[in-house]
Design a protein around this ligand. Structure first.
Ligand code: NAI
Length: 486
């Protein structure tokens, strides 16, 4: 078995070599060959804005698994985060994290003996980074949620729950506000859940979930979320069980999976040899289980639990009456307990459950295109045009109302920042220079997209158009939301 390895930046090389030393002591390196893949700061510094060499890309694509340390992201301009690039370009669509109370890791929640999982969609949402300046004063981001993207991560969630014997899965969302995007995620959750009648399900609005996680976290066993909400909530969950030093993650894809700690490069302690390697060790254990080395994973996990029980700790946690260990001594303390089992918590065993592993399909020869719904009847129903204007609502409405005379469309709405300001509205609604004009089909008419775009061209002769969206029905159902107050 061969696995691509990138040690990372900052504390990355220190915690990676400690982790590999522990794996070697447990016999893993006899069974797994780690193949170096050049990624991170050193590659950015050569002017490569992707942060990974072509050879590293080939290695990861050939081997299908990457074990990585944290990598520094240039701040502001320059290259984008390698971590996000890797997940997105290799379609590692499910970010799976397991949170459990560990012995010797004191938190205000330790007495609750927590054990739950969070699955976060890892590719879509605002992480598309599709952002534009649309007027002098306004920046806009596009949030993309797709039905096949939802289905992939939701199926992974339910398959993993089934494999782990988890009988309760929650979907968390904000579908009361983002009715179409989070609405789709929730709708697909219900559709996929129907395929797993043995698993109970629930849905919870994201803000309530955050409160519940602090008030009564034991009520959750597995929660699945969209990308940004999942990103935030999974760090909240990490805080319940000891923070970044204990937060591992697996980024699972159809072809390529990436295993890494949640934390970053910790520049403040890099090079001092004092970093806590536990999160990377735990990520490595997820990886060993993923490739079927479940016995070795259980042996290392039990040694780690036994060491924690005995008070082994680095400077960032633990019982201060016991000596603080540096990274190397901490790992030695774990390695010296290989073959032992913890006394105060349930030991892991080779059959201990882990996230589901799908067999790697044959390597594709071209990018895959996924579909959930096909063949829906699409009809043009109107056009939303966003214009950059300084004038007020009444004047803008009068002006745009004239422009659509003689077309199949009439002006039905003006909104600003998503709130209706014309034909009805409140004088207390504060507006900016980014108006949405909604044109809808006149009664009894039909139109083609060319007709809508001809109207757009007419608006463009008079105004600065920032953006536009065609309004369509899909099998007769409205493919857009109403404005606030409409
Ligand atoms: P960070 O996670 O590196 O550090 C936050 C705090 O936690 C620091 O005080 C640090 O010393 C401490 N810490 C983190 N890991 C620790 C460990 N294993 N043992 C002991 N203490 C630990 O977050 P920060 O400072 O925001 O980011 C630093 C760099 O890491 C940035 O360039 C960022 O882009 C990158 N980063 C990379 C990630 C990845 O590769 N997956 C994830 C998060 C950040």
């Amino acid at each position: 078995m061969r696995i691509a390895l990138a040690a990372g930046d900052g504390i990355g090389p220190e915690i990676m070599s400690a982790t590999l030393e522990l794996f070697a002591a447990a016999g893993v390196t006899k069974l797994v060959e780690f193949v170096p893949a050049e990624m991170g700061k050193a590659v950015f510094d050569t002017g490569n804005t992707r942060g990974m060499t072509d050879e590293a890309v080939r290695t990861v694509e050939d081997l299908g698994i990457l074990f990585k340390g944290p990598m520094e992201t240039p701040k502001g301009g320059g290259g984008k985060s390698i971590n996000v690039t890797a997940r997105k370009m290799w379609s590692a669509y499910a970010n799976y994290r397991h949170f459990r109370t560990l012995p010797g890791v004191q938190t205000p929640f330790s007495h609750l003996d927590l054990d739950f999982c969070i699955v976060r969609e890892n590719i879509e949402d605002t992480y598309g980074g599709i952002e534009h300046r649309v007027s002098d004063d306004v920046m806009a981001a596009k949030r993309i949620i797709t039905a096949p993207g939802c289905d992939e991560v939701l199926r992974f969630t339910f398959e993993t729950a089934k494999r782990m014997g988890i009988d309760l899965v929650h979907c968390s969302h904000k579908a009361n506000i983002m009715k179409m995007t989070d609405g789709l995620f929730l709708e697909r959750f219900k559709a996929i859940a129907a395929e797993y009648p043995g698993i109970q399900t629930g849905d919870v609005i994201i803000d309530a979930l955050c409160m519940n996680l602090v008030m009564k976290p034991q009520q959750y066993k597995m929660v699945v979320l969209t990308n940004l909400q999942g990103d935030i909530v999974s760090d909240l969950a990490a805080g319940l069980v000891g923070g970044l030093g204990f937060a591992p993650s697996a980024n699972i894809g159809r072809n390529i999976s990436i295993f890494e700690a949640v934390h970053g490069t910790a520049p403040d302690i890099a090079g001092k040899g004092i970093a806590n390697p536990t999160a990377l060790v735990l990520s490595g254990l997820m990886m060993l289980r993923h490739i079927g080395l479940t016995q070795q994973a259980a042996t290392i996990e039990n040694a780690l639990l036994a060491a924690l029980e005995d008070g082994a700790h680095t400077g960032d946690f633990g019982d201060r009456s016991k000596p603080t260990l540096d990274t190397a001594s901490y790992v030695k303390a774990i390695a010296s307990r290989l073959g032992k089992e913890p006394r105060t918590v349930k030991p892991a065993h080779a059959g201990s459950s882990s996230a589901v592993t799908f067999a790697r399909p044959p390597q594709p020869t071209a990018p895959i295109t996924m579909h959930t719904f096909t063949g829906l009847r699409k009809e043009v129903a109107g056009l939303d045009v966003y214009v950059d204007r300084r004038e007020g609502a009444a004047e803008t409405a009068a002006h745009l109302g004239k422009l659509c005379e003689g077309t199949p469309f009439r002006l039905t709405l003006l909104s600003c920042r998503g709130t209706q300001v014309w034909p009805r509205g409140s004088i207390y609604t504060e507006c900016v220079d980014y108006w949405r004009a909604r044109f809808e089909l006149r009664e009894g008419t039909t139109a083609r997209q060319q007709d809508a775009l001809a109207l757009l061209a007419r608006v463009a002769e008079h105004d600065t158009v920032s953006e536009y969206e065609l309004l369509r029905t899909f099998d007769g159902a409205r493919g857009w939301t109403l404005a606030q107050g409409q």
